[in-house]
Design a protein around this ligand. Structure first.
Ligand SMILES: [Cu+2]
Length: 410
């Protein structure tokens, strides 16, 4: 069988397949039309948004490319059969595509930095956040330089050194100097980055508590799919918790036998006084969640059966940030940053950073966790919880504590 006959046969076969496919589709279309006349009308608008639509588009594009590929192949085979030189220099096409890819790719990098760069988080609103931002920016600058340089080399060399019949490739298997340079330089840069990261993290995480500026304790408990915030009350100490005490009325399992728990307050939002250190105590009731405060550069896992602690100082009030971002609706928030189940997206709460005076007014309005039901459950006298100042709580033999102890002993 001659080559031309072979091509003609194959083309006829392909055409036959295509005609059969179209014929079948039109039969299906007729069936569908008959069905549609009987069935209630379906709004086809949604079809374009469905996954099936995009899969069909993808398959159509693949088919189109395959047809073009086959057409080119036929064109080349026919030229070859007629003894003509090769029609398309694929070597040059590929090299040009490499060069084009480099230009488009580099423009893409520029576009990402200029257009999406402004969508990054605003300046850190906490003391330690500035250190994290410094690390982030330094890493970004170094990796961007390396990224651009290596890609220019990669695609540039592919273009410049494309196959040429006039040139013979130089066999260059090994060079110790080059090996040393590209091993030692990245190793040094990475060592510096890792060390800086370690030292930055250590300076943020391991702090010596200032006795004159004790942090405000706030306990945050995560569960599928909500956060519970507990403030310590007048004594400044968040009381003990025990998961075995969890009931329908005591959902956090707070141990009200611990005197420190009795004045603990619940809050629906997190309100922080500006410039005062905050000590977050993080726990979880069910699975691992991740407590994330993007504007303060705070992120830590909440782990069931474990207390994780993070201390930070907010430096900008919500009002200041609203001015800075030119957005009167701006609000700080904290959210879950670990896919924890179907309602994960809904795990967020507002954080308000306010002046010390505003904070005091707000905290005075919050309800205590301890209510009459819980008092009965813990055999506590049904009376207002003793309100103690920090100084009072140190004096454990105060009358109020004694009364409570007696109630407990009963
Ligand atoms: Cu989550």
């Amino acid at each position: 069988m001659s080559l031309r006959k072979f091509i003609t046969n194959k083309t006829t076969a392909a055409l036959a397949v295509l005609i059969t496919a179209f014929a079948n589709t039109s039969v299906f279309a007729q069936d569908a039309a008959a069905g549609a006349a009987a069935a209630p009308k379906v709004d086809m608008g949604e079809v374009y948004k469905s996954v099936i639509f995009y899969i069909l588009v993808f398959l159509a594009v693949c088919l189109f490319i395959a047809i073009i590929g086959k057409a080119i192949k036929v064109y080349e085979l026919s030229r070859e059969a007629q003894g003509k030189p090769v029609g398309i220099n694929w070597n040059r096409v590929h090299a040009s595509l490499f060069a084009l890819f480099l230009v488009i790719g580099l423009y893409g990098v520029y576009w990402e930095y200029t257009v999406h760069g402004s969508m990054l988080l605003p300046d850190a609103a906490s003391e330690h956040g500035k250190k994290i931002d410094r690390m982030f920016n330094l890493t970004l600058i170094i990796t961007t330089i390396v990224f651009i340089a290596t890609h220019i080399l990669l695609f540039g060399f592919s273009y410049i050194y494309k196959y040429s019949a006039k040139r013979k490739a130089y066999y260059y298997p090994h060079n110790n100097t080059i090996e040393k340079i590209w091993t030692i330089v990245p190793a040094l840069v990475l060592t510096v980055l890792v060390l800086m990261g370690f030292l930055t993290w250590r300076s943020i995480f391991f702090k010596v508590e200032d006795p004159n500026n004790k942090p405000l304790q706030i306990e945050v408990t995560s569960e599928q799919f909500k956060w519970s915030i507990r403030y310590p009350g007048a004594d400044g100490i968040v009381g003990k918790k025990n998961y075995k005490l969890t009931t329908a009325t005591n959902t956090l399992g707070i141990d009200f036998k611990d005197v420190n728990s009795r004045d603990d307050e619940m809050a629906d939002e997190m309100v922080l006084p500006v410039g005062k250190p905050v000590k977050l105590i993080l726990t979880s009731k069910d699975v691992i969640h991740s407590f994330y405060m993007p504007h303060f550069r705070v992120q830590l896992n909440t782990v069931p059966g474990m207390r994780t602690v993070f201390e930070f100082t907010p430096t900008k009030t919500t009002a200041e940030m609203q001015q800075e971002t030119n957005d009167p609706n701006f609000n700080y928030l904290f959210l879950c940053a670990k896919i924890c189940g179907s309602g994960h997206y809904n795990m967020q709460k507002v954080v308000r950073v306010v002046s010390e005076a505003e904070y005091k007014t707000w905290i005075a309005e919050q309800k205590t966790y301890l209510n009459d039901d819980l008092r009965k459950q813990f055999n506590l006298p049904v009376a207002p919880a003793p309100v103690k100042s920090e100084a009072d709580s140190a004096a454990k033999d105060s009358a109020a504590v004694k009364t409570n102890q007696m109630a407990l002993n009963k």
